[in-house]
Structures are given as C-alpha cells and as structure tokens.
Design a protein around this ligand. Structure first.
Ligand code: ZN
Length: 399
C-alpha cells in the first residue's frame, strides 16, 4: 500500500470524523448510533496509525452508515481504491451501497455506474456490460457515459458490429439532421471498426464482404487511410493492380502523413503492371508535394536500377542537402563504401555502423495524442486508445 493511499485514507478518516460530529449534534434519540460509530471510528483511526491500512479500510467501510449525506464519501472512497488498484475493495463498497434500500434512484444509478467501472478495471467485462446496458435504459443522465463505456468494452472484446451500433446509439440522439455534425472522433472509430470487420472477412478470403465493409468504412470517414491501404492491398493481391492504384492514390489527399505506409504497395502495383516509367513519375510527384526520406530512398533505388550506382549516389547526395535525414546518409555511405579505397573503407564502415545504430535505437512512430512511441504502426494507440493518432516521426531522425 502506497504512502499516498495512506495519506488519502487519513483524509477520508477526517471526513468521516466530520460526519461523526454532525451525528453528535443531532437529536438525542440517535445518540446510540453516534456512540457505536464513535467506537468504530477510533478503532479504524488506530489501525490506520498502526500501519494496518487494510483493517482500517474495512472498519471505516463497516462504520459509515449509508445515507444521502454520506453517499458521496462512500463513492469517493470506492473510486480512490479503484484508482489505487484495490478493485476488490472498490467492488465491495459499491455493492454494499447498492444493497442498501431507500437510496434515491439517481444515487443508486451513480453507484451502479461506479460498480460497472470497477468490473471493467477487474476485467469482468460481461458484468460491466450488463450494468452499462441497464443504465442506458434506466438513467437518461448517465446514458451517454454508459454508451461510451459499452463502446470501449466492445472494442476490447473485438465485438465490432456491437461497437458500431453503440456509437450509432450514442450519436443518434445528439447529432443528425438539424442537430449538427457528428464529431469526427466517433466517425473515425466507426470507420476503424468497419476495417476490423473487413480484415476478418479478408482472413476468410471473403472478398465481397471485405469490399462491403471497406466501403462502409470510407462512408463513415472518407479520410481513413487504413481503409484505402487495406483495399489497395486486397486488389493488388487479387491481381487488380490498376484498380489498387486508383484506390491508393487517394491516400496523399486523405492524410499525407501516411504516404510512407503505402510506398511499398505503390511500387509493387507498378511492378505488377510493368509500368516503371509511371512509377518514377508518380514517386517524383509525391516527393515534390509530400517530401520524405522514404520516397527519396525509393527514388534512389529506381535510379540505381536504371542508371547505375553513380547516378543514384549523385541523386541522393543532392536530395540530402534539401531534406537531411539519417537514413539518407546511411544509404549514401553504402555507395561510398563500394567505391572507396581499403583504408577509407574501414573508416566509412565504422561511420555507417554508428549511424545504423542510431537509426535502430530511435522509435519510428509516435502518438500525436499521448506521445507513445514505438517501431510499429498501430491504428489504435496502445497507450491512450485513440484511433489514427500514431504516425511516422518526421524530421532528420525519421521521415
Ligand atoms: Zn496515444
């Protein structure tokens, strides 16, 4: 148990003491309650001071009568315990609240919401789902919060159809014809859910269904690069590279930050069509509009294949002056290595190893929302659970 929790428990104990004071100033008939409470309170405080926080919590929970005045204290204590990872205790507090008769329905619902959150934290998603669903029906005030909770559960459980439906329910009442535009955050999430369904269909080689879901994804969010990438990949694998290119060429307008993700596929499609001139023209156009080190490296490779090493080295050397990048320097060193004398080669090799070590230790992707970094493209940020926020890092050390 952390020091912070101990400190907070002391604060809660003081809050309880405050309620105790209020009991004592009440009618004389209630004196016996106050006396019983008094005893438990000091017992709990003693346990706390003797560093028996577990026993102290149980004593306090047992001692504090649940009524509309103390409910907030119970909820605060429950939430505090949940945040500290003491989920079992939080569940006990919230279940205890719900077992008391006579709570006004709003407070009952509030306790139910907290219990659902405890279940989520404990990984008991089925129970959380049931509570959220009940509250969606019963509490207009908590409806939206609970629908958001349901969307998160369906996302974690990979129940994509249900997730799409829950977002529809969430935005249906607040937005729509005459009510304003649905926030892009929700449309983006629904588009990703559709992509997940498309991926499931693709895994079963069910291309018709996959196309239907990809079309739906772009219907929710026409800027979703993931849908275009998946679709282009599928058409290319089916031998329809012309169709694939038509889809993939929308990516720079959808979101230029993802151009690098499509580069390999651009090359493969042109290769399948045998259109090398078209590829070089297209890459050049991309480089003019959305310059990045990946495109420079791809163009360097094209030039090497057609005009040889010297032309390629000259090209990348010039490009590095305009768009300096560590990856570009590493590639340029490859050319120098194969053309220099033995002694110089040793030094160059050392330099290249050093630069490649730098590249290997740098993360290549970062979440623009929470700052999470890694070496893999995640459509859903593993840290903050935002969609489409992880992108390739730009600058000298990245793209
Ligand atoms: Zn994030």
């Amino acid at each position: 148990m952390s020091d912070i929790l101990l400190l907070l428990l002391l604060l809660v104990a003081i809050a309880i003491g405050y309620f105790l004071g209020r009991f004592n100033t009440r009618k004389k008939g209630e004196d016996y309650i106050a006396r019983a409470f008094d005893k438990s309170y000091f017992k709990g405080l003693n346990q706390l001071l003797n560093e028996q926080p577990d026993a102290a919590i149980d004593t306090f929970i047992g001692a504090l009568e649940v009524n509309s005045e103390t409910l907030e204290t119970h909820l605060a204590l429950g939430n505090l315990l949940r945040r500290q990872g003491e989920v079992d205790r939080a569940i006990r507090i919230h279940q205890n609240l719900l077992a008391r008769p006579g709570l006004p329905s709003f407070q009952q619902h509030h306790a139910q919401l907290e219990l659902a959150r405890d279940y989520v934290k404990a990984g008991l998603l089925d129970r959380a789902e049931r509570l959220f669903q009940e509250l969606v029906e019963q509490s207009p005030e908590l409806r939206d919060t609970c629908l958001e909770g349901l969307v998160e559960i369906y996302r974690d459980e990979k129940e994509w159809e249900k997730a799409i439906a829950a977002v529809d329910q969430l935005v249906g009442r607040r937005f729509g014809p005459g009510l304003g535009k649905v926030p892009s955050k929700w449309r983006c999430a629904q588009a990703h859910f559709s992509c997940e369904l498309a991926e499931q269909a693709l895994a079963q080689n069910d291309y018709l269904t996959a196309r239907r879901y990809l079309k739906a994804a772009l219907g929710y969010d026409k800027t979703l690069v993931r849908a275009s990438l998946l679709w282009g990949q599928m058409e290319h694998q089916l031998g329809n590279s012309r169709e694939a290119l038509k889809i993939l060429k929308k990516i720079p307008q959808q979101d230029p930050d993802y151009v690098g993700e499509a580069l390999r596929l651009f090359v493969q499609c042109h290769e399948q069509l045998g259109d090398f001139q078209g590829l070089q023209r297209f890459l050049q156009q991309l480089q003019d509009e959305y310059p990045s080190s990946s495109i420079i490296l791809e163009l360097t490779e094209r030039i090497r294949q057609e005009q040889g090493d010297l032309a390629a080295a000259a090209y990348i050397g010039n490009q590095l002056k305009l768009h300096p990048s560590v990856r570009g320097v590493s590639r340029l060193l490859d050319f120098y290595l194969s053309y220099s004398k033995e002694k110089a080669q040793d030094n160059l090799r050392l330099l290249k190893e050093l630069i490649d070590q730098i590249i290997a230790t740098k993360p290549t992707y970062r979440c623009g929302h929470c700052g999470f970094t890694g070496n893999q493209l995640h459509w859903l940020c593993p840290s903050c659970k935002s969609w489409s926020t992880v992108k390739a890092i730009r600058g000298v050390e990245g793209e």
